[in-house]
Design a protein. Structure first.
Lengths: 445, 339, 151
């Protein structure tokens, strides 16, 4: 493809901005002339207009989802080719229980799932690209809405990575406060997972009970950070605020009640026969498979692999805290649920330890307003409620990260679905998916 | 006019008035049951529930109902329009018409048929046809799955449901609901005689009217809303009403067959005479019926949903043999003691 | 690829967990890099393996035969950077729609704000010169040295 148009060289200072969406008419004419006779990429709007000529297919019944193009890969052909008595059910992106905007294309025979294809990207915001255009401090605000159930973890990994890049270390008190808020975040994330799993199984109440705990934690985190969901609490070299009285009083109330609220849910679910029949033996993930597929976090540990970043590659202050890596043997939906509850209780135990051992001192190291680390690379991983969440940052010496890469655990965990679902009923796909606990904000970045 | 014609006209008039009254009764019944569901589940989930429409939100379900009237009634592009239109009516009429044979109080029954039990199960079984038609006519995969689920589930559960009642019928020797209640006045409430039949009926009835934990048909987390997916406006309203009316009626039948209908429980006199007696019977009838509505709501707030194959398995492998054994034992007892 | 296999299977290394696979674009005229991070119980640190990929012919072997879980990583890298992984049997777009033709995380992909500087004034994102088509790789390679060509 050749073109007569010139791009601004990337290293030159940006020329004066032309007003957007208002190209001068001669420019437009020149553009059209330049485009004449060249193989051009069709504009989506034109495609749409062309499509309007014919009667749109109704999406309900007989349409095969990507209809107007040949399959691009072997795997795609495999999924979208229908055998005898099979049909495709397009589940999502608007469906009551796809946890946001995931779309699953299920190939079913009757109600038995034969194969499925997760179609992602409905929430893609290009956060990595945005972060490459933001300064190191503002990156920490962009990562919050990624995995909105664990915003604190999202900030933790970049903060650690940038500190490595910049060559500073957060004060010890800041490390402890970080661990405290991160574990609080884990508590409400795991607690909500119980509720979502029950909701996908048709139990209406546990989600409401989960929200009791969640509201208390969120109020607490809002008291310390000033925000309810997207906290923007971490800074390169520390945290934004020290703990305050309101936080401490809320922490005390919460700590007194949290085990009771969890038990309310456990009574409704753990020993319930219908719940057990719906979850035990469903979607069994073996340890071998789990490692192969890159599953991490509670899902991996529920399959019996004792891999926890907090132990395997400890970041401060976890090497000073006492805890064991919990594992389950089942690897099924029930094991993943039990694993979440066990970790939830472990987190509460960790919070007790952190509060006991909280050192005194500053919460923020001396850092300039605009950070310009030396050229280099840094990789930092934390254990988020969904698994290994890591950040790989490259600095070129400028105020923005040259490359900012996030590895989101729920994105990788979704790969197991085509392995787990076949052979189960449509009803079970929802339960298995809920037990993997994907958050689409994180999956789609 | 001779006496026969006058009787016929009077009978017809009485029938028309009773039917109209019952049809009118379905609407407040649905409102009350929906309101109960909303508020009771809210209490169980430790939240307020709707509390803005009227004092303590008591008109919330009424507003829900009128909202359906105000909404646009859409038909999918490629739906089969006549069947798509008729399906909600069938489901609603099946629920409403089965109310005809229920004795609300001594003498207060719209149509005191000698084969009331058969009539009831014939009519309530029609709703499955409506749901199946709705699932097929909507031209939507979820609707289709839901429709087929409803067919499979209702056919499976009709059998243990009916068999558990045959026990009562054998015991009382009558197919008329009124006579069954009168028998219970003499011999004590039927659930004492039918300790196996009563729970079978309870479970099968919940499955028959798609109540939790057997609400497979509209399992919102799996197949969106089943046969109702493509319905909107008042057509959806009919489905919605039918569902709650059916819940009320199933409770009413349960009470009539097993718990003495309009009879008062032990420390009170079973019936009273005159107009006061009618009110007295109505009071106990509604008290017992709404207690079972409450139980259904309670179950819904507590239990997760079972899966399709588990549901079928429970019907064919557990409930059906139990119901047969129950029938067998009842028949032997009736013969042996010449009841 | 062989190095990764050794790293995974040799008991002296035993890097059994693929933590991350990321692609880095070093800009027009330079190269791509595919960066793998591995974890092993026996070694205290994350192991970083960097693979250099030619920017004009971005093809590199897939590691999905070693870790099946690299599938989504590779699909994402293909989607965002346009790196083709040979041997990956499901290499298609994962975030962007299938008919999308551009690779947004390349350094020469301008964000809409910056695209206002481009001759198309940001009006037609898909018509921008730096937007190019994977199916015309050879074409692109042939015109690499022309001014304004697609690299």
């Amino acid at each position: 493809m050749t073109t007569t148009r010139k791009r601004p060289a990337p290293d030159k200072p940006a020329p004066k901005r032309a007003p957007r969406r208002k190209a001068a008419p001669e420019d437009e004419a020149a553009l059209r002339a330049a485009a004449e006779g060249q193989p051009r990429i069709p504009d989506p709007l034109e495609l749409d207009a062309a499509a309007r000529g014919r009667r749109p297919e109704y999406y309900g019944f007989d349409i095969v989802p990507p209809p107007d193009r040949p399959p691009q890969t072997e795997r795609e052909r495999e999924v979208y080719t229908l055998g005898d008595g099979e049909m495709l059910v397009n589940m999502g992106p608007q469906h009551p229980s796809t946890h946001g905007v995931m779309r699953l294309v299920l190939k079913v025979r009757g109600e038995v799932v034969i194969d499925l294809d997760p179609v992602l990207g409905y929430l893609h915001r290009g956060i990595e690209k945005l972060c490459e255009n933001a300064t190191y401090t503002t990156v920490l605000t962009y990562v919050d809405p990624m995995d909105y159930m664990s915003a604190m973890h999202n900030e933790h990994a970049p903060a650690l990575a940038f500190e490595k890049l910049y060559g500073i270390k957060a004060p010890r008190r800041a490390e402890y406060i970080r661990a405290l808020v991160v574990e609080l975040n884990r508590v409400f994330s795991h607690g909500l997972m119980m509720g979502f799993l029950a909701l996908d199984l048709g139990g209406l109440t546990p989600i409401l009970y989960s929200f009791i705990n969640r509201d208390q934690v969120v109020d607490m985190l809002s008291a310390i950070s000033g925000q309810r969901m997207l906290f923007n609490f971490f800074r390169v070299g520390g945290v934004n605020f020290d703990v305050n009285d309101e936080f401490l009083s809320r922490l005390g109330t919460w700590r007194a009640e949290v085990l009771d609220t969890i038990e309310m849910n456990e009574k409704l679910l753990t020993e319930n026969e219908i719940f057990a029949a719906r979850t035990k033996g469903m979607g069994t993930l073996t340890a071998r498979q789990a490692i192969d597929l890159g599953v991490s976090g509670p899902n991996l540990r529920a399959s019996g692999v004792a891999f926890d970043v907090r132990k395997a590659h400890p970041y401060p202050p976890y090497e000073e805290l006492e805890f064991e890596v919990i594992t389950q043997q089942g690897g099924d939906t029930y094991a993943r649920y039990i694993q979440r509850i066990a970790e939830l209780k472990q987190s509460i135990h960790l919070i007790d330890q952190i509060v006991d051992r909280m050192p005194h001192g500053p919460v923020q190291a001396q850092v300039p307003g605009i950070i310009r680390p030396k050229p280099g690379r840094a990789y930092a991983a934390v254990e988020s409620p969904r698994g290994l969440y890591s950040v790989y940052a490259i600095s070129d010496g400028g105020p923005n990260p040259y490359r900012f890469r996030m590895r989101d655990p729920s994105f990788i965990s979704l790969q197991v679905m085509p392995k787990l679902m076949p052979g189960h009923l449509i009803a079970d796909t929802m339960a298995i998916m809920a037990s993997l606990d994907p958050i689409m904000g994180g999956v789609d970045k | 006019m001779d006496q026969g014609t006058i009787d016929l006209i009077l009978g017809l008039g009485r029938f028309v008035v009773a039917t109209t009254l019952l049809l009118l009764l379905t609407v407040p019944t649905a409102f009350i049951v929906i309101q109960m569901e909303i508020k009771i589940i809210a209490q169980m989930q430790l939240r307020y529930g709707p509390n803005r429409v009227g004092p303590r939100g008591i008109f919330q379900s009424t507003i829900h109902g009128f909202k359906f009237l105000a909404k646009e009634d859409q038909t999918p592009d490629r739906a089969d329009v006549p069947t798509f239109t008729i399906a909600p009516w069938m489901v609603f009429m099946a629920a409403a018409m089965s109310m005809l044979v229920v004795p609300f109080a001594p003498g207060l029954v719209a149509f005191d048929s000698t084969i009331g039990v058969i009539y009831f199960f014939a009519i309530i079984g029609l709703s499955v046809v409506g749901l199946l038609i709705a699932g097929w006519a909507s031209y939507n995969k979820y609707s289709l799955l839901g429709g087929l689920r409803s067919a499979a589930q209702m056919v499976s559960y009709e059998i243990p449901l009916t068999l558990s009642i045959v026990g009562v019928v054998v015991l009382t020797g009558s197919l008329s609901f009124t006579e069954i209640v009168q028998w219970q006045q003499e011999h004590g409430w039927a659930f004492i005689w039918q300790l196996v039949g009563f729970p079978i009926f309870l479970i099968a009835a919940a499955a028959e009217i798609n109540r939790a934990p057997f609400d497979m048909i509209e399992a919102d987390s799996e197949i969106v809303a089943g046969p109702f997916t493509e319905y909107s406006g008042m057509r959806f309203g009919f489905f919605f009403f039918a569902e709650y009316v059916a819940l009320f009626i199933m409770s009413a039948i349960l009470v009539t067959l097993f718990l003495g209908g309009y009879l008062a429980p032990w420390p009170f006199p079973a019936t009273l005479d005159g107009f006061v007696g009618t009110l007295y019977g109505l009071f106990w009838f509604f008290a017992k019926t709404y207690f079972f509505v409450f139980v259904a709501v309670w179950v819904r707030a507590t239990l997760p949903r079972v899966r399709v194959d588990q549901l079928m398995g429970a019907s064919w492998k557990v409930l059906l043999p139990l119901a047969l054994i129950n029938l067998f034992v009842t028949a032997i007892v009736v013969l042996a003691f010449n009841l | 690829m062989d190095a990764l296999k050794t790293l995974r299977d040799d008991p002296a290394f035993a890097f059994w967990f693929l933590a991350d696979a990321a692609a880095v674009d070093y800009g027009v005229g330079n190269w791509f890099e595919v960066v793998y991070h591995l974890y092993s119980d026996r070694h205290p640190a994350w192991l970083r393996v960097r693979v250099k990929v030619d920017r004009s012919n971005p093809v590199t072997p897939s590691i999905t035969s070693l870790w099946e879980g690299a599938m989504f990583h590779e699909r994402e890298m293909y989607d965002m950077m346009g790196i083709v992984f040979e041997g990956n049997r499901d290499l298609r777009r994962i975030y962007m729609s299938p008919d999308y033709r551009s690779f947004p995380q390349r350094k020469d992909f301008l964000l809409p704000d910056d695209a206002a500087d481009s001759p198309a004034a940001g009006n037609r994102p898909l018509e921008r010169p730096e937007t190019w088509d994977l199916t015309r790789l050879e074409d692109a390679a042939a015109h690499r040295d022309e001014p304004g060509g697609p690299v």
